[in-house]
Unconditional design. Sequence first.
Length: 219
Amino acid sequence: MENKRIEAVVFDLDGVITDTAHFHYLAWKKMAEELNIFIDEEFNERLKGVSRMDSLELILQEGNRQNDFSLAQKEEMAAKKNAHYCEFLKELTPDDILPGIPELIAAIKEEGLPIGLASVSKNAGTVLKALQLEEAFDYVADAAKISKSKPDPEIFLTACKGLGAEPEFSIGIEDAQAGIEAIKASGMFAVAVGRNLVNADYKVDRTAELQWGKIKAEY
Ligand code: B16
Ligand code: MG
C-alpha cells in the first residue's frame, strides 16, 4: 500500500518546544497564593493548553471563590499572573529549546514540509523570539483570534488552514491531554509527549525521543 501523504506538521509550544509550561505553573501559583488558593503540579495538568481567563476560572473554582470577584477584578488577576510569567520569559534563551526539537524541525524541513505552531498563548511570539525560532515556523496561529481553548480543535484547524494543509493529512504534537483531544477532534494524527496521556496515535515520554523517522513509521 502506498504511504499516506503528509501535508504539514503542527507543534504545540509550551511543553513541546520549550518548558514554559513550568513558568505558567509558577506564575499561577504565585498569583493564587495571594488569594490563599494553593495549587500543585497535578492540578496544573488541567491548565495546560487552557487560555488565561479559563485557567483563572479553574483556579478560582479550586479555591471555591468562583463567585467572589467582578470581571474587572478577574482581569486584574490575569494581568498579574501574566506579569509574573513575563518576568520568567526574560530568562529564556535558545538553550531552553527542549532536546530533540531542533533535529526534528530540521528533518521535517529537509522533506520540504511546512511547519506550524498551535499555541493558545498570547505570549507565543515573545517565546519564539527569545528561542530564536521565529524563522522555523511557516505559520503561527494567532491566539488573539482564537475564541475556544484546547480541547476545542479551533487552534489546530486554524494552523492547518494557514499552512494550506488538510487536517486529515497533517500531524499535531502535544504535551497536554487537552491538546491531544484538540488534535484528534481536528482529524489530525496525534503525537503525545509525556506521561499519563491517552488517546494519542503515537506516544513518547520525552521530546528527546521524538524522531521524524519513527513518527512517519507510525503515521
Ligand atoms: P497566555 P499552549 C497555553 O499554551 C498554555 O499551555 C496554558 O497553560 C496557558 O494558560 C495558555 O497557553 C495561555 O497563555 O497566558 O500566555 O496567553 O500549550 O497552547 O502552547
Ligand atoms: Mg503544551
